[in-house]
Ligand binder design. Structure first.
Ligand code: CP
Length: 310
């Protein structure tokens, strides 16, 4: 099984067959992760740098664990504490790291398009986007899809709702690209100020501002974090009022005539977009999403390493 691409820059650039290949490979790696010895020698001769210019808990640990489970050598780089503070450019930093014989780069950056820029300058090094600004977070969408598939038995025809800060969410954009490519139906809900105008026509999704109607429609609701750090103007009155209008509470879910699956990419603003009694309930698969992230990242690294060697 091979991917059609040398890099993972976004879901936008993937074919549906690439997505199926990654999800199938991840199923095999998930089986490896259930074994007493959770390690395979697949990337024994590969060195990977995890280049994080922006904070992360889940993605960073998950990539590092995936690399270790594949027996790769790993280097972890944080912009804070590095020579970036002395003015070194992204390209200089990466070229210096690559001169030490590094094979693959996993990168998170606050600038949308930063991994695409790197891939143009370093065509022979596999670049994996671990989240770029408000653009894409492809491995998050892949682990979300894997988790939906595991819970509901497939993606095609499933009704997936994304709730909240669509405007600033790279998770939303990657999920929309992935789910529509795989035949799922996608609806967006949230305050009109946090949903881009014309997104419905541009990306083939539905928009429903009435949260209860949207929740009644879906099989699964992926609740997004309010990205206060990316908002340079006030787009809703207060987190308290946001919670009252668009927060997911036990009471709201109990008023539906069916039980839906609740997801969240993390980190959660508890009591803002999602109440604790929902986040920690049996309806939520949030920790399964995190668990599945390791298998997905193993699959992506393994398949891209295979492309490098072919
Ligand atoms: N979901 C996600 O990207 O979480 P982190 O920011 O902790 O990596």
């Amino acid at each position: 099984m091979q991917l059609s691409t040398k890099h993972l820059l976004g879901i936008k650039e993937l074919l549906a067959t690439d997505i199926t290949t990654i999800l199938t490979t991840a199923t095999n790696f998930k089986e490896v992760l259930q074994r007493p010895i959770k390690k395979v020698p697949s990337l024994r001769d590969t060195t990977i740098v995890n280049l994080f210019y922006e904070n992360s808990t889940r993605t960073r640990i998950s990539f590092e664990l995936a690399e270790k489970r594949l027996s790769a050598d790993t280097i972890n780089f944080s912009a804070s504490g590095s020579s970036v503070s002395k003015g070194e450019t992204l390209l200089d930093t990466v070229n210096n790291i690559l001169s030490m014989k590094v094979d693959m780069v996993v990168m998170r950056h606050s600038a949308s398009g930063a991994p695409h820029f790197l891939s143009k300058h370093l065509p022979n090094t596999a670049i994996i986007n671990a989240g770029d600004g408000i653009n894409e977070h492809p491995t998050q969408a892949l682990l979300d899809a894997f988790s939906i598939q595991e819970k509901l038995g497939g993606l095609s025809g499933k009704k997936v709702l994304l709730v909240g800060d669509i405007m600033h969410s790279r998770v939303a954009l990657s999920n929309i690209f992935l789910l529509t490519k795989m035949g799922a139906e996608v609806m967006l809900s949230g305050p009109p100020t946090l949903i881009p105008k014309y997104i419905s026509q541009a990306l083939g999704v539905r928009v429903e501002y009435d949260l209860k109607k949207a929740l009644s429609w879906c099989d699964v609701a992926n609740i997004l974090r309010i990205q206060l750090e990316r908002q340079n103007q006030v787009l809703f009155s207060s987190t308290r009022e946001y919670n009252l209008a668009y927060g997911i509470s036990k009471k709201l879910l109990s008023s539906l005539d069916k039980e839906i699956v609740i997801m969240h990419p993390g980190p959660i603003n508890r009591g803002v977009e999602l109440d604790s009694d929902v986040a920690d309930s049996g309806q939520s698969i949030i920790l399964q999403q995190v668990e599945n992230g390791v298998a997905i990242r193993m699959a992506v690294l393994y398949l891209l390493a295979g492309n490098r060697n072919s």
